[in-house]
Design a protein around this ligand. Structure first.
Ligand code: SF4
Ligand code: SF4
Length: 750
């Protein structure tokens, strides 16, 4: 990556055997891949696995030494298809992306891969963005694993377990000829811990060996009759081989054996830490994980190991299945396994725990109490509970509130939390106690995408509202106040495809679609632009070209302007758009020029010229720009060089207090303060110190003919002698004038 360095993390990847690695979960996965003799890694960035991608991008030297190839893939589908290298060759490969959005995109390749099966170990590392803080639709990768028959690992969130899961995952994949999914939840990725390192392993069979000795096995290709054979292989050979390997290698774990209780808990590995926290708070476990209640930990979420379930449940009156989200795949499996074995153990799960939403300790405490009250009344002494736990149990039912402050035309989230309502996050974001103020996400200070929407608001004043189809990326924040722009979003790069139906000759009114540069290169060039050309659309697309895949952490993409030594950047979007046949294309190189942006958009919406119209709106992502220039400026100041930084300000005396600049700009650095004029009551606008001097507020005031209150100031470090003299003279003159004014005020008062 060009702008941010991961040197420190890369050094950790070099650690020899027997040392203690300490760091973030996702970084441990990166080291584990190298310890496993992986030949290639590919992926598409997205939280929570971006860190893995970023570190490997910077680890070129060490990857070269080990003979490991790393690809920053064009999309998750590309990443998944990369695993084709493991179909015919004993090459270990890993791919990574965010789930379930990435899994959706990759599902075609994953299904083909799982059907034909693999020779070398194939690991699909999915960053499971489910529950609290998630930015995507609430679904689970479990369904994908089951439908295509890929084994799903969900290790306990601690570094040794995660590292083991990576290493053993490859072996499992090889013995069962099946791709393995490693599901890492947000908390697992970002949790810190330690593990004892093993040596990095250079693959014994390399990509070079494969290329020079090509192998072809039509039995691995999804074509009849092989595809029918694949299905039989899946159930008759691959599945039993996997079950045997998982059992023999004790992937799943049993805790609290020898307990006097005849009930137990079955929990997915990824939820183990939360369960232990809940049990500890109830006085049923200690902080070291010693539990009074028997627990069966499924570090393999799929397939269920029937024999282990039977062993655990035999002799127990009931078990509680702790499985987040819906449908309750595992709970249903347990019932089938137990009924088939004629075991009468009762299975509880979604009757005691919420059907939807993530399971925080508070949520689990409530569910556990319901379960224990039924089977072991008196096990938990309410009087012995801590004050905090009692308070959370007594907390009144939270009042559902919309996640998004009600904006005209913006649908709010439905209340899916009716049966949980335990904590502020019991169903991610859907319920909040009234005292918690909603804090919708928004553009960064100085974001170059904000002026695009300011211009759209100005055009809306002139031409009335248009249907706006949104896309995934920072620009999606336009849906929220203060802009309230955008009706739908169908997925990454699908902004223009989302407006495809509105391609009718019955009206001259055009629709506007949004797309980011990341989404454009991911698939938007074909799914949106190519589609619009092919279907002779007359509508408008705005491509936000901020130079990075900004929303996923600022990775470079094809059109990035950064000089990236190992990737081909600087491929203009306009050239690609013209290449697929768009005639009306305009590139604006500074989105902060609100009046130019407004005029261009007006032209695109009203020009008599027929055919698709594309505006490429360029300005560098401010977050990444600040990351790039701040260290440079600091160094230059340290070296005694002259550095100028711009800031904007508002003159309180002329500010009318109508705040239209805030409504049209939405910059978080614009705030309000008490009016210094005792005769006026409306608070005036003020610019906070976080201002990065992008100039948008001044541009907005000018373009919207608001007010002359904004001024620009320059902060000069290491100013020259002439500047210092001028400053001193100016200070004296201003000081003298102010003293005169004050003296007059005193006379008036007197
Ligand atoms: S990350 Fe960049 S593009 Fe995204 S909101 Fe912040 S400044 Fe804007
Ligand atoms: S110049 Fe204005 S719009 Fe830009 S960051 Fe500063 S306050 Fe915000």
């Amino acid at each position: 990556m060009a702008e941010k360095s991961f040197k420190k993390e890369v050094e950790k990847l070099r650690m020899p055997a027997g040392e203690t690695f300490s760091g973030e979960g996702i970084l441990a996965v990166t080291k584990a891949l190298l310890q496993s003799g992986v030949s290639y890694v590919a992926g598409y960035q997205g939280a929570p696995i971006s860190h893995l991608m970023d570190v490997l991008s910077d680890a070129n030297d060490i990857l070269d030494e080990l003979g490991v190839h790393f690809e920053s893939s064009a999309s998750e589908a590309t990443a998944a298809a990369t695993l084709a290298a493991s179909v015919n060759y004993p090459l270990r490969g890993a791919v990574t992306f965010k789930a379930t959005v990435g899994t959706n995109v990759a599902s075609d390749a994953l299904a083909n891969l799982a059907s034909g099966g693999v020779t070398g170990g194939a690991l699909v590392i999915v960053g499971e963005d489910y529950g609290e803080g998630s930015s995507i639709m609430q679904e689970r990768s479990h369904a994908f694993a089951m439908k295509s028959q890929m084994w799903l690992l969900d290790p306990r969130p601690n570094l040794p377990s995660i590292v083991d899961a990576v290493e053993k995952g490859f072996e499992l994949s090889e013995v069962s000829h099946t791709p393995v999914m490693l599901q890492l939840r947000i908390r697992t990725c970002h949790m810190h811990g330690r593990f004892e390192t093993r040596p990095n392993v250079r693959p014994s069979f390399t990509l070079k060996d494969a290329i020079e000795n090509p192998v072809r096995d039509v039995g691995r290709i999804v074509l009849p009759p092989a595809s029918f054979t694949h299905e039989r292989e899946k159930v008759e050979q691959r599945w039993p081989a996997a079950v045997e390997f998982i059992r023999r290698n004790r992937f799943n774990e049993f805790f609290g054996e020898g307990s006097r209780h005849d009930v137990g808990i079955i929990v997915l590995g990824g939820l183990y830490n939360t369960l232990m926290r809940a049990l500890a708070l109830l006085g049923l476990a200690d902080v070291n994980g010693k539990s009074d209640v028997p627990i069966y930990v499924m570090n393999v979420a799929y397939p269920c190991i029937d024999a282990e379930v039977r062993e655990f449940c035999a002799g127990k009156r009931a078990v509680l299945m702790v499985e987040e989200g819906q449908p309750e795949f595992i709970e249903q499996s347990l019932n089938t396994i137990l009924r088939q074995a004629d075991l009468q153990t009762r299975v509880h799960g979604k009757d005691d725990l919420p059907r939807a939403g993530d399971y925080t300790p508070n949520v689990l405490i409530k569910g556990l109490l319901k379960f224990f009250d039924r089977y072991l009344p008196g096990l938990v002494d309410p009087a012995a509970l801590s004050e905090g736990v009692r308070a959370s149990l007594e907390a009144r039912r939270a009042v559902p509130v919309p996640v998004v402050a009600a904006a005209p035309g913006v649908a709010t989230k439905p209340d899916v939390a009716s049966q949980s309502a335990v904590s502020t996050s019991s169903v991610a974001g859907a319920v909040q106690p009234p005292e918690v103020h909603p804090r919708p996400p928004s553009f960064c200070t100085g974001c170059p995408e904000r002026p695009i929407f300011t211009a759209m608001k100005l055009v809306e004043r002139e031409l009335g509202p248009h249907h706006v189809s949104c896309d995934i990326g920072c620009h999606l924040f336009s849906i929220l106040p203060p802009f309230n722009i955008g009706a739908t979003t169908m997925g990454y790069g699908l902004g223009w495809a989302g407006a495809a139906a509105f391609n009718t000759r019955e009206t001259d009114r055009r629709t506007i679609s949004m797309m980011g540069d990341g989404g454009f290169w991911h698939n938007g060039l074909t799914s949106g632009v190519g589609n619009a050309v092919f279907n002779r659309s007359d509508n408008v697309l705005i491509i936000v070209d901020n130079g990075y895949s900004a929303a996923t952490g600022g990775q470079d993409i094809l059109s990035s302007s950064a000089d990236n030594k190992i990737r081909a950047t600087r491929n203009p979007i306009e050239k690609a758009v013209r290449g697929v046949g768009v005639k009306w294309v305009r590139t604006i190189t500074r989105t902060y020029s609100v009046s130019k942006m407004r005029d261009l958009l007006r032209e695109a919406l009203t020009t008599p010229e027929k055919g698709p119209k594309v505006i490429v709106a360029q300005s560098e992502c401010m977050l990444n720009r600040q990351r790039r220039i701040k260290p440079l400026m600091k160094r230059m100041i340290g070296e005694g060089k002259r550095v100028v930084r711009e800031r904007f300000g508002v003159d309180s005396d002329t500010c009318t207090g109508d705040h239209s600049c805030i409504r049209l700009s939405g910059c978080p650095s614009l705030s309000i303060k008490d009016n210094p004029d005792p005769l006026r009551q409306d608070p005036v606008v003020t610019v906070l110190n976080s201002c990065v001097g992008c100039g948008l507020c001044g541009e907005v005031s000018h373009a919207a003919v608001l007010c002359p209150s904004f001024y620009r100031a320059e902060l000069v470090s290491n100013a020259g002698w002439w500047e210092r003299v001028c400053k001193r003279v100016a200070d004296r003159v201003i000081g003298a004038l102010q003293r005169r004014v004050k003296a007059r005020e005193v006379v008036y008062v007197a």
